[in-house]
Ligand binder design. Structure first.
Ligand code: ADP
Length: 956
């Protein structure tokens, strides 16, 4: 076989020994090589081992650092529960030292940091927990209490988790302690709060709840505290079905039947409306019916559900208390009302005969009296007037106190009102030698809205005081517009005098009832001390203010401020004045300014040229107002001159004296200025009849010596006779008709200067008559507006408004008094107020012999006869109406009967009758007709008494 060249030398050169040597050497060399390689290998492994150890140590250190960086204790244990690792927090917070490594917690002293919780020492529990975790391969947790590193008591949550290695399974456990002290404290606080809420709710009569309503409409009761049984007679489980699902309408059966629908409505509303809802209702509690007050508010949550939180509180006690208070208040109010009613009734009862007395005195004045009798009469009249004023004040005050006085707002003309009031007071003031000045702002609207009767009363009162407490000098009435917002004007009314004044310390109490500045005031000046108190009350009702400034010896000024809505800006004025030019040349600046204001309001342009200033030559105007004694100015100006007399007492209309028109300025009345302008601008044409437009020739009264006739619509024969005779006394011819229909026909056929109508009449009543006639006027485009004055026996509030609404201009209270009748006629036909003799067509009644005259006795006897005839017939018809169960007819006949009877007597029986009438008219009491007959008997007796000789009757 071929030998390889490399071994060939062995064959050739070496002997077997040598071969052995060679082999040995070779072996040695190989061994040495292997040993070297081994050594190298060992070196390499050692190096790697050292590096591995270093890395391990580093990793351990890193792992330890990681553990140490955790702020809570972490322990790592082996399967037997011996500690493998601990972090810094373990040493710090639960004080398990490093020497615990390799030992179980059982081996550690048990008085360590852990507290004892429950029966078992904590360390033992922890040890068992870690063994159990390894065993089950599942984590577990438990709460522990321990003392922290700072010695404080802490609450902890101990977590044990198994440590799993892939191929070896669970090799140990990891323990973590979380400090939950803060959470626990909060929870405890919350729990304590809840507990105290529960306790509070249990001890006070409230029921606090939270209910949730989810998007699907399911309701759950989240919270409930309080005495459910006391409030609703229920137990908490009665409210819920399964779990905490709230039953539908859980309190339903417990709510008072009358309140159920309100509670339901609230709940329905509360679902839509996110505001706080409250409700008072009654529910049946354990001990009976309770009053509950519910307050609840919704809170919408992001998941679409709504939480309702709220409470029910038992207000039965409070309600009972309130009820008692209310009853006490009502009783007090009733008492006060009774007092006010008593005062009102008393003053009303006294007022009626007083009116009779004053009326009779008035008539007496027209009889023939000697000087002494006249003086005595004057004194009696004075006292009667004062007494009536006191009665009126007491009546008003008691009404105000009782809250019975209501304002009756309607459009009115403040200029006319001031005119009338000043006119009423002027005579009295002139008698005392006082001058009266009036100034009304040109900016004042033509018609404002307010209670003109009350404003007039206030103004009268102030003027009356001014007149009373001023012995010389003047009294000034001013109206200024101090604000205007387009819809309403703020008006300042002022009454200033130059009288005795009031000391500062006395001014304070003047607005309190029954107070006067000085005790001697009553003795010397009379008065009740109620006037200013009433004014203040009334002004307060109108939301206005009143102020008094005064200085002893220098005089007093009272200002009243009112805000009144504007009804119409335009001032009612005679046609043909607008755009005319007037020159005012008067020495007294106040009079000149007041006149200029009136002229501006009448639509004229005004130029003031005081007498000190020379007149420009060629000056022209429509009207020139000069002082009475100024003879030089009129020839210099091409204008109709009107002489103004600022001193002489002026009341009547302007007069024509030669070429000049005379206008009185004491006081400077609005209507007089308007009339003077009219006269000045059309000196030759017939004087227009009224502000409502120039009267065409046909508008002149058809009969009655140029004064026209008055139409009276009145159904009752007695009242008919009375009014007819009163008008005769005043010199007015009249036609009397029995109902609205007849009146309407009469108005259509004849021309009347005025209509006076009863309100309640058969067929067509006064209201309907007035509104029909106003319609007629509108339809026919009548130039004149017929003054319509109602005669009403209804003392009801709002009667004035009802009359006005029907188109009437004014009303008179029944029984109609002569002087009131005269006043109304004067107010509505001012151009015809001058007394005139009666017309030829009427039997002349000599006014000066009236009272003694048999004519007056005849009137009284006439009236009585008529009453006797009609009264019994009316009673029969009234009885018939009762039998027919016809309340309306009964009211009508009773009204008629009372209307007539009140002329002769005004006793309780009539007062009772008025109450029956009110009940009948209100139609509210079903058996009223059955209760009436006894009253009818009383009336019959009264009528019988009237049958006795007239001498035994009350004055009538
Ligand atoms: P009386 O009915 O007494 O006038 P008032 O309330 O109207 O009641 O007035 C109360 C008191 O105020 C008066 O008595 C008087 O002392 C004083 N007084 C009121 N107005 C004036 C005035 N213009 N000048 C002086 N004193 C006045």
């Amino acid at each position: 076989m071929p030998i390889t060249p490399a071994l060939a030398w062995i064959d050739v050169a070496l002997a077997p020994t040598a071969i052995a040597v060679y082999c040995l050497a070779a072996l040695l060399a190989v061994s040495a090589g292997l040993a070297l390689a081994l050594l190298w290998r060992v070196h390499v492994e050692r190096t790697r081992l050292a590096r591995g150890r270093r890395q391990l140590a580093q990793q351990q250190a890193y792992a330890q650092a990681l553990l140490d960086s955790l702020p809570f204790p972490v322990t790592v244990k082996d399967r037997d529960g011996a500690y493998l690792m601990l972090n810094a927090a373990s040493r710090r917070d639960i004080r398990i030292d490093a020497d615990a490594i390799g030992r179980t917690s059982l081996a550690l002293p048990d008085h360590g940091p852990f507290e004892i919780e429950g029966a078992q020492p904590t360390r033992q529990r922890l040890h068992q927990s870690s063994l159990a975790v390894v065993e089950a391969g599942q984590g577990r947790q438990c709460e522990i209490a321990y003392t922290g590193g700072d010695g404080s008591h802490r609450a902890g949550l101990w977590w044990d988790c198994p440590v799993r290695v892939d191929d070896r399974g669970v090799v140990g456990s990891l323990g973590v302690l979380l400090d939950v002290t803060r959470f626990q404290q909060r929870e405890q606080a919350a729990r304590a709060a809840e507990q105290s809420l529960l306790e509070i709710a249990h001890h006070v009569p409230v029921l606090v709840f939270t209910v949730s309503l989810d998007a699907g409409g399911r309701r759950r009761l989240l919270f409930l505290a309080g005495d459910l049984r006391a409030l609703f007679g229920l137990a908490p489980q009665d409210l819920v079905e399964a779990g905490d699902a709230l039953r539908d309408w859980p309190f339903g059966d417990r709510i008072h039947p009358e309140d159920k629908s309100r509670v339901r409505r609230l709940l329905i509303r509360a679902r839509r409306d996110a505001s706080v809802h409250t409700l008072d209702f009654r529910a049946y509690g354990e001990e009976g019916l309770r009053w509950l007050h519910l307050v609840m508010a919704p809170r919408a949550l992001p998941d679409g559900s709504v939480h309702w939180s709220g409470y029910f509180i038992d207000t039965t006690g409070i309600n009972a208390h309130n009820e008692a208070l209310r009853a006490a208040r009502d009783a007090a109010e009733r008492a006060s009302k009774a007092k006010a009613d008593f005062l009102a009734t008393m003053s009303h009862e006294i007022r009626t005969p007083m009116n009779g007395v004053i009326g009779m005195l008035e008539l007496l004045r027209h009889t023939r009296l000697d000087a002494e009798q006249q003086e005595l009469l004057h004194a009696v009249e004075d006292s009667a007037g004062v007494l009536l004023q006191v009665l009126n004040d007491v009546l008003d005050f008691s009404k105000l106190e009782a809250g019975d006085l209501r304002l009756d707002d309607a459009p009115f003309d403040l200029r006319t009102l001031v005119d009338n009031v000043v006119g009423m007071m002027a005579t009295h003031m002139h008698k005392k030698g006082l001058r009266i000045q009036v100034a009304v702002d040109a900016a004042l609207a033509g018609q404002l809205v307010g209670d003109s009767v009350r404003i007039r009363q206030i103004l009268l009162n102030l003027l009356n005081n001014a007149g009373k407490f001023t012995d010389s000098g003047s009294v000034s009435v001013g109206v200024r517009v101090i604000g205007d917002d387009g819809g309403s004007q703020r008006v300042r009314l002022s009454v200033a005098d130059t009288g005795i004044g009031i000391a500062a310390d006395k001014q304070v109490n003047l607005f309190t009832p029954f107070s006067q500045a000085e005790s001697w005031t009553t003795r010397r000046y009379g008065g009740s001390g109620l006037g200013l108190a009433i004014c203040r009350h009334l002004i307060q009702l109108m939301d206005g203010s009143i102020k008094l400034t005064s200085e002893p010896g220098a005089g007093t000024t009272v200002t009243v401020e009112l805000r009144l809505p504007v009804e119409r800006r335009d001032v009612e004025r005679p046609p043909g004045l607008a755009g005319r030019h007037a020159i005012v040349r008067l020495a007294a600046p106040a009079v000149a300014a007041a006149l200029a204001d009136h002229l501006l309001a009448l639509g004229l342009t005004v130029e003031q040229v005081p007498p000190a200033q020379p007149l420009r030559s060629g000056l022209a105007a429509n009207l020139l107002f000069v002082d009475r004694d100024d003879e030089t100015s009129p020839p210099l100006v091409a204008a109709q001159a009107i002489a103004v007399d600022a001193d002489a007492a002026a009341l009547g209309a302007p007069q024509v004296e030669g070429e000049r028109i005379q206008l009185g300025a004491n006081p400077l009345k609005w209507r007089s200025v308007a009339r003077a302008c009219e006269m000045g601008l059309a000196p030759l044409s017939p004087r227009p009849r009224s502000f409502h437009g120039p009267a065409p020739a046909a508008a002149e009264p058809a009969r009655g010596q140029g004064r026209g006739r008055i139409l009276v619509a009145e159904d009752h024969p007695v009242s008919q006779t009375l009014v007819r005779r009163q008008l005769e006394l005043l010199g007015w011819p009249c036609d009397v008709v029995g109902d609205g229909h007849e009146a309407y026909e009469a108005l259509r056929q004849g021309r009347y200067a005025m209509l006076m109508t009863d309100c309640q009449m058969p067929r067509m009543d006064g209201y309907e008559l007035a509104s029909s006639w106003r319609r007629h006027e509108a339809e026919t485009g009548s130039f004149t507006r017929l003054p319509i004055v109602a005669m009403t026996a209804s003392a009801l509030d709002g009667e004035g408004r009802r009359c006005r609404d029907a188109g009437m201009d004014d009303y008179l209270d029944k029984p109609v008094q002569l002087h009131q009748l005269a006043e109304k006629i004067a107010a509505w036909m001012p151009e015809q107020v001058q007394p005139q003799r009666p017309s030829a067509g009427v039997p002349p009644v000599a006014a000066d012999r009236l009272f003694d005259d048999p004519a007056m006795q005849a009137l009284k006897a006439d009236l009585l006869r008529t009453l006797r005839e009609t009264g019994h017939a009316d009673l029969l018809r009234l009885g018939q109406a009762i039998d027919d169960d016809d309340a309306q007819a009964a009211a009508q006949w009773l009204h008629r009967l009372l209307g007539a009877l009140q002329l002769f007597c005004d006793d309780e029986l009539l007062a009772e009758g008025r109450q029956w009438l009110e009940i009948l008219q209100a139609g509210g009491e079903p058996d009223v007709l059955r209760r009436l007959p006894p009253y009818l008997d009383d009336l019959r007796q009264l009528l019988d008494r009237l049958d006795q000789p007239a001498a035994s009757l009350p004055a009538g």
